[in-house]
Design a protein. Sequence first.
Length: 318
Amino acid sequence: MSSKWDGVMPAVFTWLKKSKSGALEIDLDATQKQAAGVLKTQGKGGSRMSGLVGSGTLGENSYLSTKQRLSLLKSLSEVSKEYNVPLISGAAAETKEELAKIIEGLAKVGVDTVMVMPPKTKAIPSEKEMYEYYALSDAIAKDVGVTIMPYNNPDAAGYHPLSTDLLLRLSVLPKVTALKISTIDVSIIETLMLENKDLKILAGVDTVTVHAGLAGACGGITGVGVIFPKASVTMQEYVLKGEWFKANKISQALNSLSYLDAQPLLMEYLKLAMGIHQNDVAGGLRTFGKKLTQQQIDDVRARYILAKERLEVLDLIP
């Protein structure tokens, strides 16, 4: 499935439930229902989300086995096909051989586009090694029938940053369909767009959606938009039309919650906010990740309430 990437894509949460033994397991039905609910929501201009991101940072990815992850993505591929949007997921590997195996596995369960992170090596790879790593992913993508999206996350610990020169070289590989840039430093996006105005760049941090659009990004991948999809889609509609004041009003309304998207515990925080939104706090706290303190829970609740109140004024709560 192809995409023009002009829009916003939700990085859905992976909902969990207790098994008969009391252990946590993926609730595929609840996760599908959540994804469908987000994808069917329209912005004020009538558009919807333009893709679906599964098993990402917000989807418990760091804690899932390969079997769990592929089962989850196969389930989400049913939803993406129903709403005719591409299913996107990530690949992070230490070796080229491991990368090939991951991309092949993702293709088999219905993933359309693979976000390829830099190699997970302790030593910083050279530009040549980085390029060869992505060139291999491009070749594998061609063989298995998917596209790829190089993923630059320079603000996160443990990720090797990709230089703008390298990103420009990667952008012209045959199966590269877009670039994902997750940083609050939107000058990276601006620099890339100045070199090639036809690039498709997706922003990956909710706090800078409007600024990234002003710098040239055509869309974004959102966590906060899973909680407030009408607001997220409407904001992107305004960004694409260049109605910056209106877009920024929504960004400001979401600010208290968007802040959490750039924090180390973003998955735990935003998943709880989703639980509060769905009147399922227990579900929002059910995670393979870190257990939140009462102070953290209270802070997330206060931030959620503030964002909701501000969005209600803008008529952005369905």
